[in-house]
Design a protein around this ligand. Structure first.
Ligand code: 8Y7
Length: 276
């Protein structure tokens, strides 16, 4: 594969699900060898981070017990850390998994609960790694039961402010934090669109407070809601959504389709970087 000479400043996070019931990959990558192989392929395709998750967070998913989650993610992280320098993030909200994953070689926490589970703030402070604070209304089991906001953009912003304060109070450094509006997590299509169309609100906030924004839009239900496309046909709309977010200042993109997303994002960033 030819590589692009100038990789953009936008970081691409490749999704590695190690769950038998995962939302988008249908559990194809549960085997450790296969998971590592898939991760290495995403790295070749231009991933800057590999996001390893052992508990499905799709709507209505049943929680995985701690031991199950550890047994899924640790062998993959250990093997992957031994064969690549590309950083690994751990997609979890359990402090025990954060600790074990970072011990095995992970160096970022991606938490859909934004460190709201007991012990998570202290664990992230102790581990001193970057943390993605994602917004979610309710929890994966109940979030899509009639999500409601008076003003979704303002409420997500208030959530960010509250979580940043909680993190700082726990001793987490401002530079460790990355914010994520949590597309699809307790949101209708209208809520997702409002957040996406007004993403600049958070990325300009980012200029004031220097906090980068991560977006996860890859294959999400917004595409099904607006275009009626099934999971297997969401690649091109996902790339369009990633580009849309990047043009509004998003600095991290979480995706299942690294090559297409990398190329699209690099292309628009290259044009943006041209002095004309
Ligand atoms: C997101 C995420 C998922 C997201 C962050 C899926 C774990 C559902 N989505 N983490 N995780 N942001 N930070 O479609 O949007 O991949 S799971």
């Amino acid at each position: 594969m030819s590589s692009v000479s100038q990789r953009s400043v936008v970081k691409i996070m490749g999704v590695l699900n190690v769950t038998p019931n995962s939302f988008s990959d249908g559990g194809k990558y549960i085997d450790v060898d296969q998971a590592v192989e898939r991760a290495l392929r995403m790295i070749e395709e231009g991933a800057d981070w590999i996001d390893v998750g052992g508990e499905s967070s799709r709507p209505y998913a049943e929680p995985a017990p701690l031991e199950v989650e550890l047994a899924r993610v640790l062998p993959v992280i250990t093997r992957l850390a031994a064969c690549t320098t590309t950083p690994i993030s751990i997609d979890t909200f359990k402090p025990e998994v954060m600790q074990a994953a970072c011990g095995a070689g992970a160096s970022m926490i991606n938490d859909i609960y934004a460190l709201r589970q007991p012990g998570a703030l202290d664990m992230a402070a102790a581990l001193k790694v970057p943390v993605v604070l994602m917004h979610m209304q309710h929890d994966p089991h109940t979030m899509q039961n009639n999500p409601h906001y008076t003003d979704v953009v303002a409420e997500v912003e208030a959530f960010f402010v509250e979580r940043i304060q909680a993190c700082l109070a726990a001793g987490i450094k401002h530079e460790q934090l990355i914010l994520d509006p949590g597309f699809g997590f307790g949101k209708t299509a209208a809520h997702n669109c409002a957040l996406l169309k007004q993403l600049k609100k958070y990325t300009s906030y980012q200029e004031k407070r220097a906090l980068p924004i991560l977006v996860g839009l890859s294959r999400k239900s917004l595409i099904g809601d607006l275009l009626g496309l099934p999971m297997s046909e969401r690649l091109h709309p996902s790339v369009a959504l990633a580009v849309y977010a990047v043009l509004q200042g998003a600095r991290y993109v979480r995706t299942h389709d690294v090559l297409a997303t990398r190329r699209a994002v690099d292309m628009v960033c290259a044009v943006e970087a041209e002095r004309v």
